[in-house]
Design a protein around this ligand. Structure first.
Ligand SMILES: Cc1ncc(COP(=O)(O)O)c(C=O)c1O
Length: 346
């Protein structure tokens, strides 16, 4: 019975994949940077609205193939919200109960989406508490703790199988510069940057992987010092990225460079990007894009032409009552004016 159910569950996920399309790679130019092409991979178009759709699919397949997820196994996850939305989607597909353990400050829209997919939300005061609480709930309910922060780097088929890196390079194939100079990504679990970095090495590309990190995250310090015990008492204000501890999935050795991005610069970039893309994006995309601009400035100063790729991790509709509300931004992030002035020069 269980074996038959697992078989059926796996084919259900494969069929869902078959019904889905790949995400778009959008190209745009900026007059301030002649000869440099910019690309942003729109991960918001996945059915569950973010890049974490890929991870959730992989985590479920990993859990099923490992014998950790069986019929009626409750699924528990620690999340800043996006992964939980995507996992709730797959839990519903398989008819499994799902509980998301998240910080109280998680965007309202994400909570609504988890509930929409039939999931339950369990809140803790801040993101440093999500791991132990999720473990405890899994123990109490006899459920499976997905633990994206440990498994993200290993559940994805990093050599290919339509992972995000393979998809980017395939979509770049007919571009004037088909091998980007840089791919820029931020880190939450670090799973996406691990896949990108490994794939670049595996295929022998000359592309450099640059990881951007928000305030109050330990990833940048860890990258420089390689001390896994570093923690932060403050929590990232950029939802989805920046962690108070060095996550097991964060693979520092595949990264060529890291750039720290002030939170106000990330949020200022959102309003600068809106008329360029014709749409609103989430805060981590602002962090990514600020990093892209720093690299474009460097390329311009060095007289280089080429291409830079980054990710649109999720859409701005999730954050209408936070990052897109000036009063919230003034209170929680601060004055954006100096950053907006810099962006105006682009
Ligand atoms: C909106 C958003 N951007 C970026 C990331 C970072 O992705 P990864 O966990 O693969 O490092 C996340 C992860 O949760 C996210 O939710």
């Amino acid at each position: 019975m269980t074996v038959a159910w697992v078989k059926q569950a796996i084919s259900e996920i494969q069929a869902d994949f078959q019904r889905s399309a790949d995400t778009h790679l959008i190209r745009f130019q900026l007059p301030a940077f002649p000869g440099i092409s910019f690309y942003i991979k729109d991960e918001s178009t996945h059915p569950s609205g973010s890049l974490k759709h890929r991870l959730a699919r992989s985590l479920f397949l990993y859990g099923l193939c490992n014998g950790w997820i069986k019929q009626d196994t409750p699924i528990i996850e620690a999340s800043s919200g996006s992964t939980a939305v995507s996992e709730a989607y797959f839990a519903r597909l398989l008819g499994l109960p799902f509980i998301a353990v998240m910080p109280e400050c998680t965007a309202k829209r994400k909570i609504e989406q988890i509930t929409f997919y039939g999931g339950r939300c369990h809140f803790v005061p801040h993101s440093g508490l999500i791991y132990d609480e999720a473990k405890m709930l899994a123990r109490e309910s006899g459920g499976h703790y997905m633990d994206q922060f440990t498994y993200a780097e290993r559940t994805t088929d990093w050599r290919g199988n339509n992972n995000i890196a393979e998809s980017i390079f395939r979509q770049m194939a007919n571009e004037p510069v088909s091998e980007p100079d840089y791919i820029v990504m931020s880190a939450g679990t670090g799973g996406t940057s691990a896949t990108l970095g490994r794939y670049i090495h595996y295929k022998g590309h000359n592309t450099k992987l640059v990881v951007v990190d928000p305030e109050f995250s330990v990833f940048h310090d860890f990258y420089l010092q390689r001390d896994r015990s570093i923690t932060s008492q403050h929590y990232s204000r950029i939802e989805g990225i920046g962690r108070p501890r060095v996550e097991p999935s964060f693979m520092a050795d595949v990264i060529d460079e890291m750039i720290q991005v002030p939170d106000a610069a990330s949020i200022a970039t959102l309003s600068w990007l809106e008329p360029i893309l014709g749409r609103r994006v989430g805060a981590s995309t602002g962090t990514n894009m600020w990093g892209v601009l720093q690299l474009a400035l460097r390329m311009r100063a060095e007289g280089r032409r080429g291409a830079i790729v980054t990710l649109l991790c999720d859409g701005g509709e999730r954050y209408q009552d936070t990052y897109y509300r000036p009063e919230w931004v003034a209170e929680n992030i601060g004055d954006l004016t100096p950053w907006l002035q810099q962006l105006d020069t682009f």
